[in-house]
Design a protein around this ligand. Structure first.
Ligand code: C5P
Length: 218
């Protein structure tokens, strides 16, 4: 582990999408690449932190020098995140599926006889809210808010609802090219208010966020 302002700190990062099975060969997913989470984990590592990196099936590989815990579903991600505690900070950058398929098949669903399949859904656990309310709550809990409208108001409400300390809010409207892209334009929401950052490469957003986290522990 390197030297740096986060030396001796343990930071948990969730990243990537989750996959929610429909049957053994099909699943529901989302367009998260895991790029921002991987960049964050690397930036925290570079400042000397020990990083537990809990990742869904992302299209970007996990960075070297972090402890990788690979998961598929939201429930598995929650279990892995809780198993990584205690941590000084938790950064929930994963795009967790809100719902899982409640009537997922143990066998591959077959076309034909019984007509079209009907999927039933159940709500997934909220990892960010669970960590924020946990008896072993990390001292600093950071969430992301991907919104497509009235970003700041929605993110401020989300910060209160989830019980986290900071929200990193961004506009993921299709025209921004942010989801799956290399750049991000975020607004950092803390108890002090909203701080809009310029549009930057995701690696630079990660570096600045890691520095802010180091400052919070200084
Ligand atoms: O409610 P929403 O999904 O917009 O909140 C986004 C934030 O909450 C992100 O930080 C995401 O990682 C986290 N989250 C979570 N578990 C969920 C849903 C969202 O940790 N089931």
């Amino acid at each position: 582990l390197g030297d740096g302002p986060l030396k001796g700190r343990h930071v948990l990062v969730t990243s990537g999408p989750t996959h929610e099975p429909i049957d053994p060969v099909r699943y529901i997913a989302n367009r998260s690449s895991g790029a921002q989470g991987a960049a964050l984990a690397a930036a925290l590592r570079d400042l000397g932190a020990r990083v537990s990196f809990v990742t869904g099936p992302a299209s970007v590989p996990p960075p070297p020098g972090v402890e990788v815990h690979r998961v598929e579903t939201a429930q598995q991600m929650l279990d892995a995140a809780l198993a990584a505690l205690p941590a000084d900070a938790a950064i929930c950058a994963a795009a967790v599926a809100d719902w899982r398929v409640a009537n997922a098949g143990a066998q591959k669903m077959k076309k034909g006889a019984s007509g079209l399949p009907v999927l039933e859904f159940a709500e997934n656990p909220d990892i960010l809210a669970t960590l924020s309310a946990h008896a072993r709550r990390p001292a600093l809990v950071v969430g992301f808010a991907a919104e497509t409208e009235t970003v700041e108001a929605h993110a401020t409400a989300k910060r209160a609802r989830k019980g986290c300390d900071w929200i990193v809010a961004n506009d993921v409207s299709a025209h921004t090219g942010i989801m799956g892209g290399a750049e991000n334009a975020v607004t950092l929401i803390t108890e002090e208010g909203a701080d809009p950052w310029p549009r930057l490469p995701k690696t630079e957003v990660a570096r600045r966020l890691a520095l802010r986290i180091a400052e919070a522990f200084a």
